[in-house]
Design a protein around this ligand. Structure first.
Ligand code: PEP
Ligand code: MG
Length: 561
């Protein structure tokens, strides 16, 4: 048993097996070999090691799970011993004079295809088993293969070097127990997505990640950011107990459904949910969110191209608005870099992509794409209470241009006889220092501010939110960020507009009193955090803590934070 420490990116506990998938096998490179015998011997050694592992697993499963559940390892052993499979790998080495890894890959793929196309369901499932055995063989042939665990649609706990939003979006939430990655950051969009789905996630395992190679069973403690390899019975017991307590706590939170987020002295705030897909609205409703405070629409583009058409988007927005039954839904216009039409997340393609053509800049350059989105939102607006907000604002001009586009979309639709809601609130996202400093000017043009603390923190502190090396310094409580938020909220109040906090720090219960003290109107958090924040609000007596809290978080209490 060994514990590797990483960083918590999504809470919860999962206990299970690590998986590797076909994509990993696709990355195996072909090398010519001259010493064929040595290569065949490497393969035989890998088979012996795999056999040993499978026998061990079979015995363990038999003891702990019973005969039925241990059967799978017997099947794996039979497949490993199958001459067709093993001899094909050997023949491939001999005939093609290639490395054993490549031969395993070629043959596995062939067998996988063969099985997966069979009519019989039982036989189809054997395709996955072939991949599983190949994973073992590759792992013993070359430990480097075990670190490229990129199974995104598999079952169990998935380990990968890193996770992109475009990959996270494809995660099968029903079959995936947890994620662990060598790199990654808790503020990345991939982490945000997994939090929304409620899948435990530990990032930044660093060099410790290599140790996963040898683990068969792991515990992922998403709350502490730990990964426990091959836990002993005491650890298993401890975690089962913690899981039980976690579930108990969740049950207590569920009792708060239907209760308002109101402080003991009567200050009321709305707790809304952040979503990235139309389907996430179910999670928002399950957690009794007061509305949707941030609908991240870029994931519509990452999922399937059909979703990014005007009709595809209209359907997604309509669905969310109808399900929210008149509760406000704030749709954020597209926040990606260039070429939003492609299914790729483009931030990484430039040296300084987060400082490039991103968000509103991109929308105002790609006006066709922007207009498509605005038309879809406006068409859906009659199905509920929609608001629109524009991301990464830095100037008044951007707001004025965006508003002009909204007007144009409305005029076009009205000319076509398409109904549009009479009044749609428009907001600016406050997530750059520039927008904070001119928030007095911006407030004159919009109905609300929504403060994106993820970007506001990265731009204020000049620290990349996706860089795991920055994690120890990336302080969401930094007084500079707290003061930025205070300035924006004060300017909003002076201009009579309302404010929401929709960055990840809205779901930090340690900051709830600070936001209440500022007089923020809405907090928008991952669906799974709605009830936790509601609880934090209900525990507070605002008048008793207000002044002190403001000074403390803004670094004005003489204490060094
Ligand atoms: C933010 O920056 O805080 C925010 C809510 O937007 P995103 O995380 O999608 O960049
Ligand atoms: Mg942002």
């Amino acid at each position: 048993m060994k514990t590797i420490h990483g960083v918590s990116a999504s809470k919860g506990i999962a206990i299970g097996k690590l998986s590797l998938n076909k994509q990993t096998l696709e990355k195996v490179l072909r090398h010519p070999v001259t010493d064929i015998n040595a290569e065949v011997n490497r393969l035989i050694a890998a088979r012996t090691a795999t056999e040993r592992t499978l026998r061990g697993l079979h015995q363990k499963a038999l003891r702990e799970l019973g005969e039925e559940d241990s059967l799978i390892f017997q099947i794996h052993l039979m497949l490993l011993e199958d001459h067709d499979y093993f001899d094909s790998i050997k023949d491939s080495i001999v005939q093609n004079k290639v490395n054993a890894e490549y031969a395993v890959w070629m043959v596995s793929n062939r067998f996988y295809l063969l099985f997966s196309q069979m009519e019989n369901e039982y036989m189809r499932a054997r395709g996955d088993d072939i991949l599983d055995i190949s994973q073992h063989l590759l792992r013993y042939l070359n430990p480097a293969f075990a670190i490229r665990l990129e199974r995104l649609s598999g079952r169990g706990i998935i380990a990968a070097a890193d996770l992109l939003p475009s990959e996270a979006v494809r995660v099968d939430r029903k079959r995936t127990l947890a994620f662990v990655t060598r790199d990654g950051s808790q503020y990345s969009h991939a982490a945000i997505l997994l939090r929304t789905m409620g899948i435990p996630y530990v990032v930044g395992l660093g060099e410790g990640f290599d140790e996963l190679i040898h683990a068969e069973c792991v515990i992922v403690d998403g709350s502490r950011g730990d990964v426990i390899l091959d836990p002993d019975p005491a650890a298993l017991h401890e975690y089962e107990e913690r899981e039980r307590k976690y579930q108990e706590h969740q049950k207590a939170l569920r009792e708060l459904k239907g209760c308002p987020a109101i402080t003991k002295d009567g200050y009321r705030i709305d707790v809304h949910a952040n979503i990235g897909h139309a389907e996430d609205v179910d999670l928002a409703l399950e957690n009794d969110a007061d509305g949707i405070g941030l609908f991240r629409t870029e994931f519509l583009y990452l999922g399937s191209n059909a979703n990014s058409t005007e009709d595809g988007q209209f359907e997604a927005y309509r669905k969310v608005l109808q399900q929210m039954k008149g509760k406000r839904v704030i749709i954020r216009t597209l926040d990606v870099g260039e070429e939003p039409g492609t299914s790729q997340w483009r931030y990484r393609d430039y040296e300084n992509p987060i400082l490039g053509i991103r968000a509103i800049r991109s929308s105002l350059q790609s006006r066709g794409v922007f207009m498509t989105q605005l038309r879809a939102i406006l068409r859906a607006s009659i199905y509920g209470k929609v608001a629109i907000m524009f991301p990464v604002i830095t100037s008044e001009q951007e707001i004025l241009d965006a508003k002009r586009m909204v007007r144009q979309a409305r005029e076009e639709l009205e000319a076509e006889g398409v109904p549009v809601a009479e009044r749609i609130e428009l907001g600016a996202m406050i997530e750059t220092p520039a927008s904070v400093i001119i928030s007095d000017l911006l407030a004159r043009h919009v109905d609300f501010f929504s403060i994106g603390t993820n970007d506001l923190t990265q731009y204020t502190l000049a620290m990349d939110r996706n860089n795991p090396a920055i994690a120890p310094y990336y302080n969401l409580h930094h007084p500079a960020v707290m003061r930025m938020i205070r300035i924006a909220v004060e300017n909003a109040k002076k201009n009579g507009i309302w404010t929401s906090i929709c960055g990840e720090s809205a779901s930090d219960p340690q900051l709830t009193q600070f936001y209440l003290s500022l007089g923020v109107d809405e907090l928008s958090v991952a669906p799974s955090a709605v009830l936790e924040i509601r609880r934090a609000v209900r525990k507070t007596t605002l008048a008793a803590v207000q002044e002190e809290t403001l000074h403390k978080f803004c670094g004005e209490d003489g204490q060094n934070l």
